[in-house]
Design a protein around this ligand. Sequence first.
Ligand code: PBG
Ligand code: ZN
Length: 333
Amino acid sequence: MTKSIHFSVSAQVHRPRRLRANPAIRRMVQETMVQPADLIQPYFLVPGKEVVKPVSAMPGVFQLSVDQAIPLARQAMELGVGGVILFGIPAIKDSTGSDARDDNGLIQSAIRTFKEALPDLYLIADACYCEYTDHGHCGILHNGDVDNDATLEILGEAAISYAKAGVDMVAPSGMMDGGVATIRGALDQTGFTNIPIMAYAAKYVSAFYGPFGIAAQNAPKSGDRRTYQMDPANRREALREVALDVQQGADVVMVKPGLAYLDIIREVRDHFDVPVAAYNVSGEYAMVKAAAMQGWINEDRMVMEILTSFKRAGADMILTYHATHAAQLLQNG
Ligand code: PBG
Ligand code: ZN
């Protein structure tokens, strides 16, 4: 008589640790990966030559004249970084941000210089008026508030001007209603049907933009951006904003800020088929840098963990001030 052997399913039958036993198996079961090509490096451009001005709240980030930005962008490109996004801070600001739509403006000249020096670098231009207006709002002011439709008229002009200068992609960040449709129409009517639009589709009013205000000198002189940027409390509204931008022809939709909005990135990923970008914003960068400078955290590990979390949440690409550094880390394995 054989004795029946009874195998009871104990709690230990399922041992997830089997797939964590060594680097080889951990690599094979890894679900998300960050690659340099996913990353977009921002630069803050100022007029002049040989300008390298540290941004106080963003250690490792500088306001640069274009001649100083090019070698950095070349290095980023050689490391495989996907692209760069340019923010311009002109010498002269006025009430309508004229420099942003001047074919010889700061950013237009920078685009031409970049394209000449690095023709293969993927070049994105942020398209918004807050760095160009003397009042710091993202469009034309009327009775203390941004006049949406008056702003649309000049938004299209700026986009055309960047396209003429040779930019690869435009990224409207002003949260104007109808902004994407306006830019799409403007580009199409001037023959730039092949220039894609990355829409800052779900952009929240955020304290996380604080250090950017120092870097780009775009803080509003009065009031705030609550009449155009979204309330951080709102989730469904983000889906409506993204739907509108997709309808209007956005090729890529962005969620911004990133870290405190991973749930929104996931929702957008699940609801839409277009590529999703996440903006790992200035305040998120500043927090990591500040803690690292105190020796409180391991900066390299934290950077990679944060970038991985964006990919895991569903982002296809990440705008991040860590881009070049992260690409270096990835290269060194
Ligand atoms: C301006 C703009 C902002 C950022 C990108 N474009 C700031 C703002 O809306 O005040 C923020 C980026 C960052 O904080 O890193 N339209
Ligand atoms: Zn703006």
